[in-house]
Write a protein that binds this ligand. Structure first.
Ligand code: NAP
Length: 470
């Protein structure tokens, strides 16, 4: 959708069955005779937190209260981490996109993709034009280890590696060298697990997935046969979740190794805890099961090592070796020892969490937008990872967004009479609206069907826009 100069009706496209929306005004008589108020909401970020926020607004509508929702997204495609974060071999997790598309079908929802906060629109302008602005901008900057050698070539962050294999247009040209036989992944969380699995899996098992074509080609030529995950604390402290651990056993051509002694020690440590949480019990059970898995003698190996802190990455111009300090658990605390060892590895991927990115008008502290229960300032709110830090699975955003929307509704004043985003975007700005996105989506799915995949993702920004125009 290319905006024309006279396209300024803020509620354009909100007709349909919604009795509250009618151009130019925002207070109406309800069917029951009361006053109906429509509030204009801008949600910035079309990922899970953004969509669940839109859904919470839709569910909160009453006879006397309605919301006109504009979802603004920097990329020409929506769905956030469901498209560019979730591992390609986890299609079930991606099925939540059906929920997003149902939210988008509601008559009070409009998508404005290919619109960047801080470049195409400012936060101040959004604040002025909308009754409510909700930031759902996530946390996309990978945290750093801060150790010598981290800047070497082929020392990557999961914040680059994951969007690279997931066809994010900004990460297509990330240089990934898979010519060595060993990769080390730092971190004991689900992102580290995803990264390690993608490196360790036989790439033919990725053929029926929507992994980026450029990544699949590279993985098929990869020499990596051993992938080692290093967690700095013990198995009892790992951030993996049990389903992801159990999932490892389905790898057909990769053997999984964990030192049974480390699990036995963790089981002993847990006995000292009075009330062991169910998640921890499940995790230890899953880890213990892995130690007992039959080894197929596969050429590909994935090993999880615990109590290992990286202290230096070495190499001449590129990664060649990582030096690890051994840790131990004493009285429930993890302490470092004087013992070190090295792993010869040609690629290191760091998956130790994320920080939110700064933009004018927002203060970031401890990696997230400064907020109180989701309230930032005035009519600005925040949800998802930008609010609470990079914790939680996709579903966590549902209850979190509902809580923030409840707070927003408590704070609502009289609705503004303003034009919304069309007053802010330059004439000629090419917006990917819902119809354009559906064209992109259909085109990708059709290409995928021919190749026996759910979709083939387009990686070129201009080409995506052109598909939306077709
Ligand atoms: P995470 O779960 O917080 O794990 C981060 C890991 O990095 C932890 O093991 C942490 O160890 C380690 N770490 C942090 N700083 C470190 C350092 N300086 N040196 C060494 N290790 C360090 O984060 P994530 O893996 O990025 O995942 C983010 C969220 O997305 C999680 O809630 C996760 O469950 C979710 N997710 C879910 C799925 C799925 O459901 N399939 C997939 C991907 C992600 P400490 O515990 O010692 O700090």
């Amino acid at each position: 959708m290319r905006l024309t100069a006279n396209e300024v009706n803020p509620l354009k496209g909100f007709g349909g069955s919604n009795p509250l929306v009618s151009a130019g005004n925002n207070a109406f008589e309800s069917e029951s005779g009361g006053k109906l108020l429509t509030y204009k909401v801008a949600i910035v970020g079309a990922g899970p937190a953004g969509y669940f926020t839109a859904q919470a607004f839709q569910k909160a509508q009453r006879d006397d209260l309605s919301f006109a929702i504009d979802m603004i997204e920097r990329l020409p495609t929506p769905w956030g981490l469901v498209r560019s974060g979730v591992a390609p071999d986890h299609p079930k997790i991606k099925s939540v996109s059906k929920v997003f598309e149902n939210i988008a079908k509601e008559p009070n929802f409009r998508l404005f993709a290919n619109v960047e906060l801080g470049k195409d629109v400012s936060l101040k302008d959004l604040r002025d034009q909308y009754d409510v602005v909700v930031l759902a901008t996530g946390a996309s900057r990978g945290r750093k280890l801060g150790i010598p050698g981290e800047e070497l070539k082929n020392s990557l962050s999961a914040a680059e590696f994951v969007p690279w294999y997931n066809a994010h247009p900004d990460f297509v040209s990330v240089e990934v060298d898979l010519s060595s036989d060993t990769a080390v992944v730092i971190g004991a969380g689900n992102v580290a697990m995803d990264v390690a699995r993608i490196l360790a899996i036989d790439p033919t098992e990725l053929d029926p997935t929507d992994i980026a074509e450029h990544a699949l080609v590279k993985l098929k030529r990869s020499n990596i046969r051993t992938v080692i995950i290093c967690g700095r604390r013990g198995p009892e402290h790992a951030a993996f979740t049990a389903p992801e651990l159990r999932d490892l056993s389905r790898l057909k051509n990769t053997d999984i190794y964990i030192d049974p002694k480390q699990i036995a020690e963790a089981i002993e440590h847990i006995k000292e805890i009075d009330d062991v949480e169910k998640d921890l019990k499940n995790n230890i059970e899953a880890l213990d099961t892995i130690t007992q898995l039959y080894k197929k003698g596969a050429p590909r190996k994935l090993e999880i090592k615990f109590l290992c802190s990286p202290i230096e990455i070495k190499g001449k111009g590129k990664v060649e070796e990582i030096v690890i300090q051994k840790n131990k658990v004493i009285g429930g605390k993890v302490i470092s020892t004087d013992e070190t060892f090295s792993i010869k590895a040609g690629i290191i991927v760091t998956a130790i969490g994320y920080n939110s990115i700064e933009y004018p008008g927002v203060t970031i502290e401890s990696g997230r937008v400064v907020n109180i229960a989701g309230h930032v300032e005035h009519n600005v709110y925040v949800v998802g990872w930008a609010k609470r830090g990079p914790i939680g699975v996709i579903g966590t955003n549902k209850s979190d967004s509902t809580d923030v929307v409840d707070l927003i509704i408590e704070n609502l004043k009289e609705p503004k009479t303003s034009e919304g985003i069309t007053a802010l975007l330059k004439s000629g700005h090419e917006v990917i609206d819902q119809i354009a996105w559906e064209k992109i989506n259909a085109s990708e799915c059709i290409s995928g069907e021919v190749a026996g995949k759910p979709r083939i993702k387009e990686v070129d920004w201009k080409q995506l826009i052109s598909l939306g125009r077709s």
